[in-house]
Design a protein around this ligand. Structure first.
Ligand code: ASP
Ligand code: MG
Length: 420
């Protein structure tokens, strides 16, 4: 049994969706659970719907939702022949699910509405693609993952109830595989014990697929992307980025930790725990070997580069001119947890601390305000954080040339330089 995940980019246009049947047919005879994201930028578009609704701009919300609706109907119309009418009915039910809510007034927290609206994206995409695969001769069963993935009600970042979900996987998914080789379902979403929809955090479909792979004891997972595989840097920033054919689980966890946008950070653990290899494959040309991520440690990796723009550096000076001690540090970490901030770099000195975080204005302001009880706070914005794993001095010099280094930290494996 295999698990596949197709991201939004592989379902962003009719041309791209047309690659899917060919890929799945190559694995004829295998049982495959296929997780598919929302099409293209649908999740972003639905976020705007949720924002408008919560701001009390109902007409805007309905208008923005109507654009999403029309896009999906157009795609369905282009791609489906025999199944269009039946599919349109299913889509209409999903549209109604959202519109019914949009006619209400918001009385609960924003994150709750966000999840109720945003989850529609994956339900729409999988409905259309399941119907299309049928037309292409691929018998498949569509499952609503909300009947399987039980989560808590930490909306927008919900946590999976592992035991309950594993039971449901056995109870619902395994019997379906008796009669159908292919299951089409959604990533990123789940539901509470009160049948409220939840989401697992942006880009969470990789993680959903890994949870399925773990619970199904899959032989492998593949993530189909619009790139050749994992590269040593973002090719949009570094045109001569190199392809990496093999990586260890631990290396990928490190890369994700430092902000490489390869794979959702939570994806690796469920696979690592069961020693399930993860393939990153190119859906535009499945003949590319792709990258395999597995237990074996990999030697001779090229320098792996992560460049994060839009960084803020907070300079924190102990207010009472005392040394910075455990108490100050503990209070600061407490604030990180409370405000849900992941610091990218921390440097402590005798009377001060420096903290580099992503410059998301509302979080920076919140942290600065909260920390000002203990520290004098100064913030500098517009910085870039360079991280290089497996660095050498040549590459470090090259990438920092002409830049002013504000802060630098270095271990044997990894160097980080915050640059102005
Ligand atoms: N559709 C969701 C997002 O764009 C989840 C995913 O694609 O992984 O964040
Ligand atoms: Mg995506």
């Amino acid at each position: 049994m295999k698990v596949f995940k197709f991201g939004g980019a592989s379902a962003s246009t009719v041309e791209r969706i047309k690659h899917l049947p060919g890929i799945i047919k190559q694995y004829h005879g295998d049982k495959i659970l296929v997780v598919i994201s929302a099409m293209g930028k649908t999740t972003n578009a639905l976020e705007k719907v949720a924002e408008a609704f919560y701001d009390g701009r109902r007409e805007d919300a309905l208008h923005l939702f109507n654009i999403v609706k029309q896009n999906h109907l157009t795609t369905a119309k282009y791609i489906l022949v025999k199944n269009y009418n039946a599919t349109e009915k299913k889509l209409a039910d999903l549209f109604t699910e959202a519109e019914w809510l949009l006619h209400d007034k918001p009385v609960k927290e924003y994150d709750y509405y966000y999840d109720q609206v945003v989850c529609i994206g994956e339900l729409l995409s999988t409905t259309i693609i399941s119907a299309y695969l049928h037309e292409e001769g691929i018998n498949n069963e569509w499952l609503d993952v909300r009947d399987i993935f039980r989560t808590d009600d930490n909306f927008r970042d919900a946590n999976i109830d592992w035991a309950y979900t594993e039971n449901k996987v056995k109870e619902i998914v395994l019997p379906v595989f008796q009669s159908s080789d292919i299951i089409i379902t959604q990533g990123f979403i789940g539901s509470t014990n009160e049948n409220e929809s939840t989401t697992l955090g942006r880009e969470g479909s990789d993680y959903s697929a890994a949870v399925f792979a773990n619970m199904l004891n899959a032989e492998s997972q593949a993530i189909w992307k619009d790139v050749e595989g994992v590269m040593n840097a973002d090719p949009k920033q570094f045109p001569d980025a190199e392809f990496i054919s093999e990586l260890s689980y631990n290396e990928v966890i490190e890369m994700a930790y430092y902000g490489a946008q390869v794979i959702h950070p939570k994806t690796i653990k469920p696979l690592q725990n069961k020693n399930i290899p993860l393939y990153v494959k190119c859906f535009l040309d499945p003949s590319f070997p792709g990258t395999v991520i597995h237990k074996k440690s990999t030697k001779n990796l090229p320098p792996i580069i992560v460049l994060k723009p839009d960084q803020a550096l907070l300079h924190l000076h102990a207010k009472d001119f005392s040394f910075v001690g455990e108490k100050h540090t503990a209070e600061l970490y407490h604030l990180f947890a409370e405000i849900k901030i992941k610091p990218n770099l921390i440097q402590s000195g005798a009377v001060n601390l420096q903290v580099c975080i992503d410059d998301r204005t509302e979080k920076v302001d919140k942290l600065a305000a909260a920390a000002s009880g203990i520290f004098d706070v100064q913030a500098e914005k517009g910085l870039t954080l360079l991280t290089i794993r497996h660095y050498n001095n040549n590459i470090l010099d090259k990438l920092t040339a002409g830049k002013e280094i504000v802060l630098k930290q270095q271990s044997q494996e990894t160097v980080q330089a915050l640059m102005r």
